[in-house]
Design a binder for this molecule. Sequence first.
Ligand code: ADP
Ligand code: 5GP
Length: 190
Amino acid sequence: MEKGKVIILVAPSGSGKTTLARRLFKDFDTIKFSVSATTRPPRTYEEDGKHYYFLSDADFDQKVGSKEFLEWEEFYGGKKYGTLRSEVDKKLNSGYFVLLDIEVKGAVNVKEIYGDESLALFIQPPSIDVLKQRLIDRGTEDDETLALRLQRAEKELTYADRFDQVIINDDLDSAYEEVKEAVIKFMNQN
Ligand code: ADP
Ligand code: 5GP
């Protein structure tokens, strides 16, 4: 069986990565999600092992020590997020495309590791104001984490041109068509 390849959706929090990823999983059963580990608390609808592996700080640090992460970053307020080598490898070795939903620094690192065997799509919100409104409407952040995420978003937007393609997520259907087209092209490359 041929080894799979890596698809990265990268963007500031609230740009629409999860929404676009969900559509990809519906359309392509050859794409599997890489479940990351994090030390942030779960949201009400999130399940351990499905959305994230929710770890204590000590458990996360232990995995850092034993080199279980392909990459990891501290995101805000000391909360850590990391891509587990085991998650990516088992899916790649089974011939799947593995989708990573990660922030910019982690995405730069993964792109360096996988090079042309990876596709990194930067999902850009139409503006910071729209991003803020979407995060407010999503209803997952308190005032403090909303402010931290927006502060970080301004910086993350300056990374856009480091990735393979920038897709502006204004109208969701149009953005998804662009994502889908890029993914199909990547899948058909040798
Ligand atoms: P991320 O995974 O990048 O943090 P989400 O996929 O959770 O972002 O999207 C943030 C919020 O914005 C969600 O409530 C989602 O339903 C909404 N959203 C995503 N894309 C659009 C869009 N094109 N137009 C309007 N709302 C959107
Ligand atoms: P959230 O708390 O909204 O789920 O995620 C916050 C940010 O962390 C998002 O930009 C998300 O893409 C990113 N993220 C999730 N998992 C990982 C990971 O394994 N590594 C890195 N570097 N970022 C991640």
